[in-house]
Ligand binder design. Structure first.
Ligand code: ADP
Ligand code: ADP
Length: 222
């Protein structure tokens, strides 16, 4: 089965030119891909289509085997619940502790605290924030915020992980550690797509490399 399928997808912002052009892409369930390309190539835009923050202006988008590109607004949360997203700007809630930021998606899913409190702590330990559990995001460094955003994205064990430059604010050693986290989630069956301009990390990952240039996908899943 396929977690993601884009067929002839194009997209342009408002009255602007197309920034994605005729993109064909298949991410089989359980696959691991890096999406690379220079700044402005369209990586973030492609992720916005996959998180359903934007809709294709042409072509078809399917997620988890279901048509998603033209799904009604009310259906979007159903798709989104199945994905974990690491936003480039983190989107943490500043008034909540690190623990509560990571716990939030579990609370929203209605899971009882007894069944996840330990998972949340384990995840915070994994990203090296075990000691910062009670601190709020404004007191964290850029790299710590990034790691917190990653912990929150993966704690629900989503079927699809989409991450926009998830190692952009950490040093090389932490980048490799975070890569290992994504790799171990992938080994458990999660489909992973990481957008990054870090070609070295992409090469080290062993993941299939997809490359966007000027809105066109080179070396895709088709
Ligand atoms: P990347 O993530 O590869 O750096 P982006 O997807 O951010 O690329 O950008 C692709 C193109 O779309 C760029 O030309 C960028 O300036 C443009 N763009 C991105 N976001 C917007 C927006 N909200 N409105 C208009 N143009 C945008
Ligand atoms: P959103 O998806 O909510 O529009 P973006 O990250 O695309 O978020 O953009 C945030 C803001 O910055 C928006 O007001 C957007 O129009 C603007 N913006 C981002 N990139 C560009 C760009 N390359 N050209 C013009 N405006 C942009």
């Amino acid at each position: 089965t396929e977690t993601v399928r884009l067929s002839g997808v194009s997209f342009g912002y408002a009255d602007g030119p197309d920034v994605l052009r005729d993109v064909n892409l298949i991410l089989p369930a359980g696959s691991f891909h890096f999406l690379t390309g220079p700044s402005g190539a369209g990586k973030s835009t492609l992720l916005k289509l996959l998180t359903l923050a934007r809709r294709p202006t042409a072509g078809a988008l399917a997620l988890f085997g279901e048509a998603a590109g033209e799904a009604p607004r009310a259906a979007l949360p159903v798709f989104r619940r199945r994905m974990g997203v690491v936003f480039q700007d983190f989107r943490l809630l500043d008034h909540l502790s690190a623990f509560d930021n990571v716990a939030l998606p579990l609370r929203l899913a209605g899971v009882r605290r007894e069944s996840w409190a330990e998972d949340v702590e384990e995840m915070l330990d994994w990203v090296g924030l075990g000691e910062r559990m009670n601190d709020r995001p404004p007191t964290l460094s850029g790299g710590e915020k990034q790691r917190l955003a990653i912990a929150r994205a993966v704690v629900t064990r989503p079927e699809l992980i989409l991450a926009d430059e998830p190692t952009g604010s950490v040093d090389a050693a932490m980048g490799e550690r975070l890569l290992k986290l994504f790799q171990s989630l992938n080994r458990l069956g999660t489909t992973v797509l990481i957008a990054s301009h870090d070609e070295a990390l992409a090469a080290a990952s062993g993941a299939t490399a997809l490359r966007l240039e000027g809105g066109r996908l080179l070396g895709g899943g088709t």
